[in-house]
Design a protein around this ligand. Structure first.
Ligand code: PHE
Length: 333
């Protein structure tokens, strides 16, 4: 009995096999129990000796089984450890760290700069009424921007559109806020433009609006100079060129000196001269009237620009479509 047990115990690999082996030898119907049952049949004078023999046999078998069980447990533990073993001398797997998309970073930069000047951030809906997007902004029916060719209309509606600029946020804010006020509103706008290096049917703008008493073009110019200096670095100059936007009077196209172009963004103006960067002007008295402000009492300035545009200039991106291609390098991966 002991010899075959020794042979079999070395072969078992898990607890289930051990249980089978255990009952085969020392179980109720096992080999040793069978011998115990023989005790009665043995001649009385030999019974004691035989009984002692069987008992010893049982003890021995149990000891072997006990030892076998320990070995199996040890083996299983080693297997487990091998599985979870870590070689701490291997170089670690490098996790790539992404960073904010450049458009998000740019919006954040704009927030931070204008927050430091006391402006509040306000957002408005991308689906607008033609009243908020055009009429309230002194943009009459005949204006080309209102044409179906240029503006996305919501199907079946002639007065609901995708906003073409962030200027309707000015209107919404003035309607529910008493002056004075200073706001910045970033967001997505839509125009029927074929995508190319500088156009996209959906892009981002931000709008600035400042309303107070005795506001002049001087305030506007100083504010934009401050913004552009903080955004591009160095000490920026602005050039106001008279231009036309229905909602401002006077209106300007605003250029910044190209000297910021020493760094990455130099592919547009080559470091000299001026480059157009914003639209701006003093809020038209009709706009103030449309939102219930008294133009005799309150004046203001407004400005707007493309977030892609200012990011392209700062980072030297020559094709606007790069922003939307999901190139992983854009996310620092
Ligand atoms: N809304 C104008 C545009 O989209 C920009 C602008 C804003 C111009 C405010 C003047 C004042 O082109």
């Amino acid at each position: 009995i002991i010899e075959p047990l020794k042979g079999e115990i070395d072969k078992i690999k898990n607890i289930q096999e051990f249980q089978v082996l255990k009952s085969k030898y020392v179980g109720k119907k096992g080999e040793i129990s069978k011998l115990m049952k023989e005790i009665g049949k043995i001649e009385p004078e030999k019974r004691k000796e035989f009984g002692a023999f069987v008992n010893n046999l049982k003890k021995e078998a149990e000891a072997i089984l006990e030892e076998g069980l320990e070995k199996v447990k040890q083996h299983l533990k080693e297997m487990e450890e091998k599985k979870s073993w870590v070689d701490i001398t291997l170089p670690g797997a490098k996790r790539k760290i992404g960073y904010e998309h450049i458009l998000k970073q740019t919006i954040r930069d704009v927030y931070e700069i204008f927050s430091s000047m006391g402006y509040k951030i306000v957002e408005g809906p991308e689906i607008e009424t033609t009243w908020h997007n055009f009429d309230a902004l002194n943009t009459p029916e005949w204006h080309p921007a209102r044409d179906m060719q240029d503006t996305f209309y919501i199907e079946g509606k002639d007065n609901i559109i995708l906003r073409t600029h962030t200027s309707p946020v000015q209107v919404r804010t003035m309607l529910n806020t008493e002056p004075p006020l200073a706001i910045i509103s970033p967001g997505r706008v839509y125009r029927k433009d074929e995508p190319d290096a500088t156009h996209s049917p959906a892009f981002n703008q931000f709008e600035g609006l400042y309303i107070d008493k005795n506001v002049t073009v001087g305030h506007l110019k100083a504010t934009l100079e401050q913004f552009l200096t903080m955004y591009f670095g160095g000490s920026r100059k602005v050039l106001l060129r008279p231009s036309y936007f229905p909602f401002v009077e006077p209106g300007y196209e605003v250029d910044v000196d190209c000297m910021f172009c020493g760094g990455k963004g130099c592919n547009v103006c080559k470091g000299t001269g001026w480059i157009e960067i914003l639209g701006a002007g003093l809020v038209h008295p009709n706009v103030l009237k449309n939102v219930g402000y008294d133009p005799e009492k309150w004046q203001g300035f407004a400005f707007g620009t493309g977030i892609e545009r200012i990011a392209m200039l700062k980072y030297g991106i020559s094709d606007m479509r790069e922003f939307y291609r999901n190139d992983m390098r854009f996310l620092g991966l």
